[in-house]
Design a protein around this ligand. Structure first.
Ligand SMILES: Cc1cc2nc3c(=O)[nH]c(=O)nc-3n(C[C@H](O)[C@H](O)[C@H](O)COP(=O)(O)OP(=O)(O)OC[C@H]3O[C@@H](n4cnc5c(N)ncnc54)[C@H](O)[C@@H]3O)c2cc1C
Ligand code: SF4
Ligand code: SF4
Length: 376
């Protein structure tokens, strides 16, 4: 696969126009030419740099996955389905108030707040709602600000753009909460493909990844909801396990939208995404699988520990009583692996349907052993 770094023109042709843009924000705030506006990355002006950071960092341009795995993870921890697994836990915030303001068990918010309180980082990048249910990344400096921004926003928040902005400023040590495509962009930055323009990536000290099956296209989402609720009334969303629907919480009650109506409004790029568990994060967090009712299950998280930094933060949270834990039920890790593998396979099949050529996987390296094993 051609790994050559190209420029903005090629990024536009191969990613934007090909509907592969995930809205991660990695190409924004590097230069004045690209901005994130109303759920889309917009090119304001043409740039003639031949090798651009925008192209190099984009999660939808080619990457050497094996080299990246070797760089970040212990070889013995690697699994083909979900990347490195140093540890696997069921956990949640010990403080019930944190859980109330969180999507599930509040593990992500509690860990980010802890990292700030202990000085492991001085800046956290999280997501927050803006006008008309648009979402954005924001840099905050203390735990209370992290806790205010809990809950999942199922519209992309371009958090890597917020990282790019913060990394240029006085921040010394940055932690980021990110979806898998955003985590992957940050990992590409960490590889320093253009060493003389490294984007202050060494300031990145912690990446907490979110499991992710899709994000919604904001325009299609607003159209779908137009007749059902005012966007300002939405207070949250969730995907209850075992039911094929999405729940939209509003100030006037909950709306249940059947899965068949939601699936077509996912971002086009999510259909060809091969990572559901944020494989290049320090820690990855999703909703738990514990075989109980959704009301109980939704107050817990499953956590994949991937790196030494991730393990150190979990150990600290245990010592400080910030998280509580329960035994993972037998077989849940295997269920997670199977689900992740199925999503990889389905996405690869969609890519091949697009190109009409099993050897052309667009941005995915067909020689990568994990990808080869799934295709075979
Ligand atoms: C688009 C999307 C799709 C998801 N799909 C799945 C899935 O299929 N299966 C699954 O198990 N889990 C999924 N999750 C993760 C899940 O919803 C919870 O985020 C996770 O279980 C952590 O729960 P928590 O209570 O610890 O999070 P909280 O403590 O509430 O913290 C959530 C953190 O995520 C940040 N955040 C919210 N939205 C975004 C966003 N769009 N981009 C970047 N950061 C954001 C918040 O600012 C906050 O810091 C998804 C999350 C998102 C954003
Ligand atoms: S996927 Fe990210 S880096 Fe690539 S074009 Fe879209 S916003 Fe920019
Ligand atoms: S499904 Fe993939 S591309 Fe879409 S938001 Fe999630 S990680 Fe990004």
């Amino acid at each position: 696969m051609e790994m050559t770094i190209m420029g903005q023109k090629e990024l536009q042709e191969r990613v934007h126009r090909a509907q592969l843009c995930t809205g991660c924000g990695a190409c924004v705030n590097l230069c004045p030419y690209q901005v994130f506006y109303q759920d889309q990355t917009i090119v304001l002006d043409a740039c003639d740099i031949k090798e651009g950071r925008c192209f190099a960092f984009c999660p939808r341009t080619p990457a050497d996955l094996e080299a990246m795995r070797r760089r970040f993870f212990a070889p013995g921890d690697l699994t083909p389905e979900i990347g490195a697994v140093k540890g696997y836990l069921i956990a949640r915030a010990a403080d019930a108030a944190i859980r109330t303001g969180a999507q599930h068990g509040g593990t992500v918010s509690a860990l980010m707040a802890l990292a700030l309180a202990e000085g492991l980082i001085d800046t956290a990048i999280v997501a927050e709602g803006a006008d008309r249910f648009l979402q954005q990344g924001v840099a905050v400096g203390d735990g209370a600000e992290v806790l205010k921004r809990g809950k999942s926003k199922f519209i992309t928040a371009a958090t890597v753009a917020a990282f790019n902005r913060a990394a240029k400023g006085p921040a010394g040590a940055i932690g980021v909460v990110a979806t898998p495509c955003q985590v992957f962009a940050l990992a590409k930055m960490r590889m320093k493909p253009l060493p003389e323009r490294d984007n202050n990536i060494d300031k990145l000290k912690l990446v907490i990844g979110l499991f992710c099956g899709w994000a919604l296209d904001w325009r299609k989402f607003t159209a779908l909801l137009a007749a059902r609720t005012a966007l300002e009334d939405i207070t949250g969303m969730d995907i209850p396990q075992g039911r094929r629907l999405v729940v939209i919480y509003t100030r006037n009650g909950a709306l249940e939208i059947p899965w068949d109506e939601v699936a077509p409004i996912a971002r086009e790029a999510c259909g060809v995404c091969v990572d559901t568990t944020a494989e290049f994060a320090d820690l990855s967090v999703g909703s738990a699988r514990i075989g109980e009712t959704w009301e109980t299950t939704r107050t817990w998280n499953q956590v994949i520990v991937r790196t030494e930094a991730g393990q150190a933060l979990i150990d600290l949270a245990r010592r400080k009583g910030v998280l509580e834990f329960r035994e993972p039920p037998a077989g849940v890790l295997d269920e997670l692996k199977a689900a992740a593998r199925d999503k990889k396979k389905a996405s690869l099949e969609k890519i091949i349907a697009r190109t009409g050529n099993p050897e052309d996987l667009i941005y995915v390296d067909r020689r990568d052993p994990v990808i080869r094993a799934i295709l075979d």
